[in-house]
Design a protein around this ligand. Structure first.
Ligand SMILES: *Cc1c(COP(=O)(O)O)cnc(C)c1O
Length: 487
C-alpha cells in the first residue's frame, strides 16, 4: 500500500471518546468582543473564541487513563498516595532525588528563586521566560541572556537555537566571578525563541564549564520532553534512543528542575520542583508550606497529582510525541508553503508568526505582534498570543520598554485537542490576514499593569492615516508615559 501511494501519513495514536462543541461567531460579534477585551486576546471570553491557540498551558486533553486516575484521588491532607505516585514518576523519568509539588510552574519558580538567589546576583539563562525572569527579579536577581545569537534570528535554520553560548557565559563568569552568579537557568525548548531545543552536546558543555567554577545548573523542564524529541531527531547518536531515555540523560547534567506540568505532562493544572541536594530540598520543603501547601500536596488535589503521574508517562511515549510535534510542523509547513514568514525551524509547541515581516510599516512601539493577534481573531475567531514587545515588559532600572529582536505572534497548539482539519482552517485564516497586511493599523497601550503586563494590558487602535493615538493615555502607568523611539 505504501509503495502504491509513494508515501505514508502519520496519524494521532489515539481516537476521540468525548467531544466539546466549538463556538462559531460572526465578524460583528468578534469586533464587539475584541473591543471589550481592549484588543488583548488574554481578555477575551473563551465563549467568544473558535479555535483557541492562546497557549498550550493547561489546555491539553487528558486520556481515559488520566480521567480514571482522577477517580482514585486520595484527598488526605497529608501523605496522599497520589503524591507518592507522582514522586516515583518524577524520580523515574526525570531522575532527580527529591520532589516538591507546587500548584503550577510559577509556584516552583517562586520557591527556587527565593532560596537560590541572593540580591544582586546574576542569573544567566538561554533567553528569558516571562514568569521565570519575574520571579528571579523579585528575589533580587538580574537575569542575563546567554543564548546563542541565532536564537534571535527568526530565519536562522540552526537545529538547536536554544543552545547556551558558552563564550557569553564564560565572559560573564570572568567578569562577575562564580559567587556573583546564582545559577545557570537552562530551559528545554526555549519558548520565547519559538520552541527551539537545546542539544545534549550543549548541556554537557554547560555542565563541564559550571563544574570548573562550582556553579549550579537548574533546568526549566516545562517542555523538556519535547526537547528530547528534537535531540532524537537531530543529534548524532540519539536516533535509536527512546525519548524517555534522552530526557533522563539530559536531566542528569543538571542539579535541579522546575516544571509547569500544564505543558508537557498533559494535565490542566500542576507543577513541581525537584532537586538532588538534600540541604536545598529541606529549605524548599519548608518554604512550600508557607506559599503553596503541605509538602505532599503543594496546592494540588490528590486527583491532580495522580493525573500528572500518569501524564508524565504518556508524554514520553515516542509515538505520541511524533504526532504532537508532527501536528505543529504540519501547520508550519502549510504556512511556509504560502511564503508566510514564520520562525524556522518550526519548534515544539507552536508556530510563531514573524509580525515584523507582516507589518514592516508599523514601528515596534505600535505592538505589531499584538496587532497580528487581533487581526487573526477578527478574521476567524482564532485566538493567538503576542510574544513581542508587550510580553518583554520594561527594564526595571530605566523604566523603558525592553525591545526584543523577536516580535512574534504565537499559534500555540494544545496537546491532543485539535485535528488536522482545524490546522487547515487556521492556516487559511492566517493567509487572509497576510494578504490584507498592508492595511493594518498599530495599537497603543491605554492600560499597563505593573507585573507581567501582557496578561492584562489594554490597547486601542491608532488612527489609520497618521498613526497617532485616538484614545487617552495609559491609565495606570507605573512609569513616565514618554514613548521611546521605535527600533
Ligand atoms: C508556562 C511556563 C512557566 C510557568 O508555568 P505556569 O504553570 O504557567 O505557572 C515556566 N517556564 C516556561 C518555559 C513555561 O512555558
Amino acid at each position: 500500500m505504501g509503495q502504491q501511494f509513494g508515501r505514508r501519513s502519520w496519524a494521532e495514536p489515539w481516537k476521540i471518546k468525548m467531544v466539546e462543541p466549538l463556538t462559531m461567531t460572526s465578524r460583528a460579534q468578534r469586533e464587539r468582543a475584541l473591543a471589550e477585551a481592549g484588543c488583548n486576546t488574554f481578555l477575551l471570553r473563551s465563549d467568544d473564541v473558535y479555535i483557541d491557540l492562546l497557549t498550550d498551558s493547561g489546555t491539553s486533553a487528558m486520556s481515559d487513563r488520566q480521567w480514571a486516575g482522577m477517580m482514585v484521588g486520595d484527598e488526605s491532607y497529608a501523605g496522599s498516595r497520589n503524591f507518592y505516585h507522582l514522586e516515583a514518576a518524577i524520580q523515574r523519568y526525570y531522575g532527580y532525588r527529591h520532589v516538591v509539588p507546587t500548584h503550577q510552574g510559577r509556584g516552583a519558580e517562586h520557591l527556587i528563586s527565593r532560596v537560590a538567589i541572593r540580591p544582586g546576583q546574576w542569573v544567566p539563562g538561554n533567553m528569558y521566560f516571562t514568569t521565570t525572569r519575574a520571579h528571579q527579579e523579585q528575589a533580587g536577581g538580574q537575569f542575563i541572556d546567554v543564548i546563542i545569537d541565532e536564537a534571535h534570528d527568526p530565519s536562522s535554520p540552526h537545529p538547536f537555537k536554544g543552545n547556551i553560548d558558552l563564550a557569553k557565559l564564560e565572559a560573564l563568569i570572568a567578569r562577575e566571578g562564580a559567587e556573583g552568579i546564582a545559577y545557570v537557568s537552562v530551559a528545554g525548548t526555549v519558548n520565547m525563541a519559538g520552541g527551539q531545543p537545546v542539544s545534549m552536546t550543549n548541556i554537557k558543555a554547560v555542565r563541564a564549564l559550571c563544574d570548573r567554577h562550582g556553579i549550579k545548573v537548574y533546568l526549566d523542564a516545562t517542555r523538556m520532553a519535547e526537547n528530547a524529541f528534537f535531540i532524537q531527531e537531530r543529534e548524532e547518536g540519539y536516533a535509536n534512543r527512546p525519548i524517555a531515555e534522552i530526557l533522563r540523560e539530559f536531566c542528569s547534567y543538571t542539579d535541579a528542575a522546575w516544571m509547569s506540568a500544564k505543558k508537557d505532562s498533559l494535565v490542566n493544572i500542576g507543577g513541581w520542583l525537584a532537586v538532588n541536594d538534600l540541604g536545598l530540598f529541606e529549605e524548599l520543603r519548608n518554604l512550600v508550606v508557607l506559599y503553596e501547601g503541605l509538602h505532599t500536596y503543594g496546592g494540588l488535589a490528590g486527583r491532580d497529582m495522580e493525573a500528572m503521574a500518569i501524564g508524565i508517562e504518556e508524554s514520553l511515549q515516542d509515538d505520541y510525541m511524533r504526532s504532537r510535534i508532527g501536528q505543529v510542523r504540519y501547520l508550519g509547513e502549510l504556512l511556509a508553503d504560502w511564503d508566510i514568514p514564520i520562525v524556522q525551524p518550526v519548534g515544539g509547541h507552536a508556530v510563531f508568526l514573524d509580525a515584523r515581516a507582516f507589518y514592516p510599516h508599523l514601528p515596534q512601539a505600535h505592538f505589531p505582534a499584538q496587532v497580528l493577534a487581533a487581526e487573526l481573531y477578527l478574521d476567524s475567531g482564532i485566538r493567538a498570543m503576542e510574544r513581542g514587545i508587550a510580553s518583554a515588559g520594561r527594564d526595571p532600572a530605566t523604566g523603558d520598554h525592553h525591545y526584543p529582536r523577536l516580535e512574534l505572534t504565537r499559534l500555540t497548539i494544545p496537546r491532543r485537542v485539535y485535528t488536522q482539519a482545524h490546522m487547515d482552517v487556521v492556516a487559511e485564516s492566517v493567509k487572509c490576514v497576510w494578504d490584507a497586511r498592508g492595511a493594518a493599523r498599530g495599537l497603543h497601550m491605554v492600560y499597563e499593569p505593573r507585573y507581567l503586563r501582557f496578561f492584562q494590558a489594554r490597547f486601542e487602535w491608532r488612527d489609520r492615516s497618521t498613526g497617532s493615538r485616538t484614545g487617552q493615555e495609559a491609565a495606570s502607568h507605573p512609569h513616565p508615559a514618554a514613548e521611546p523611539a521605535p527600533v
